[in-house]
Design a protein around this ligand. Structure first.
Ligand code: PH4
Ligand code: ZN
Length: 307
């Protein structure tokens, strides 16, 4: 059943577990996410970025989610706009049937981010749609980073408190040292869990971890073994994901893991049979790999059997 993001995340916030927010760019990814949720008996957030929406077409994206949520009526699913960059983009998503939107004005100065978020919250709440915003910048933190450099990049907990109070945003993505993609950390992985706990204490709302892909060894290995190159890639270690949930993260954004798992299988088929051109022979194992990875992730985050 299609529900608001808040409906899924308020429960996760109260019971201290994480819900995967999985990105999709086509039917294969989307249906694998639903199949995993069905197997694990877990709520899901399915999310599309502006780039993904441009690729699929907004009506097709919403249509696919609606049809799949009718096929699996027992699964609570929220359809979320990931990294909406403007008010107009958020409004287009709300008008098209998204049940949750992110306004990402985090690259603007604090006051501007607050104003833009407030505008989106008013528009979205009017239509019963939940809103996510972000504070700080998504980037890895090195061991030798100074306190002032860290403060310039990561979320400021006091600002987070004021931001949530004034905007009434439903959930917040605090930058604590993660980044998008396959190369998250140069040295040892490092996240600022103390800062996270402080933000949770001062805001008391669901929190979001962007850049949460783990790149499990077996997924990296299967990509490498097919001749792919991911030298130096590093994801968020499983223990860090668990620690984040303890610190108050409830929405766990995951895209890179799905991409790598899928493409590794496609590469395998291509390598094994260079005469193959039946799309189904490539995509069926790709979908299976995404599904397996998501079921495992749901178990780790604690959302399995939470329906
Ligand atoms: N995201 C995914 C962003 C995808 O423009 P685009 O479609 O490439 O954007 O918001 C995440 O936080 C995913 O993090 P990950 O890279 O660790 O999976
Ligand atoms: Zn993100």
């Amino acid at each position: 059943m299609l529900v608001t993001g808040n409906e899924i995340l308020q429960k996760a916030h109260k019971e201290y577990y994480g819900v995967g927010a999985f990105n999709f760019v086509n039917y294969e990814m989307l249906s694998s996410i639903f199949e995993a949720a069905n197997e694990a008996n877990s709520p899901i957030i399915v999310q599309a970025s502006e780039g993904a929406i441009k690729y699929m077409g907004i009506d097709i994206a919403v249509g696919m989610v609606k049809i799949l949520s009718q096929k699996y009526p027992h699964i609570p699913v929220a359809l979320h706009l990931d990294h909406g960059t403007t008010f107009e983009s958020c409004k287009a998503a709300v008008d098209a049937g998204f049940t949750s939107v992110m306004i990402d004005a985090s690259h603007h100065p604090f006051e501007e981010n607050l104003e833009e978020t407030l505008r989106v919250v008013k528009m979205a709440h009017d239509k019963g749609v939940s809103v996510e915003a972000e504070l700080g910048r998504l980037m890895g933190i090195e061991d030798n980073i100074s306190v002032s450099e860290k403060d310039a990049v990561l979320v400021n907990p006091k600002e987070a408190e004021q931001f949530v109070k004034e905007t009434k945003v439903d959930y917040l993505a605090p930058a604590i040292g993660t980044s998008h993609g396959a190369f998250k950390f140069k040295g040892e992985p490092k996240l600022d869990f103390e800062r996270l706990q402080e933000v949770k204490k001062l805001t008391n709302i669901p929190l979001v971890l962007h850049g949460a892909s783990a790149i499990p060894d077996y997924v990296r290995d299967s990509f490498l073994s097919t001749g792919g190159d991911l030298k130096g890639s590093k994801g968020v270690p499983f223990e860090f994901l668990k620690e984040s949930i303890k610190g108050g993260i409830n929405k766990v954004n995951t895209d890179t893991d799905l991409r790598i798992a899928f493409i590794a299988e496609v590469r395998k088929v291509a390598n094994n049979d260079n005469t193959q051109f039946d799309l189904r022979k490539f995509f069926t194992p790709g979908k299976e790999a995404i599904k397996r990875l998501i079921v495992e992730r749901m178990n780790l985050l604690g959302s399995s059997n939470k329906i």
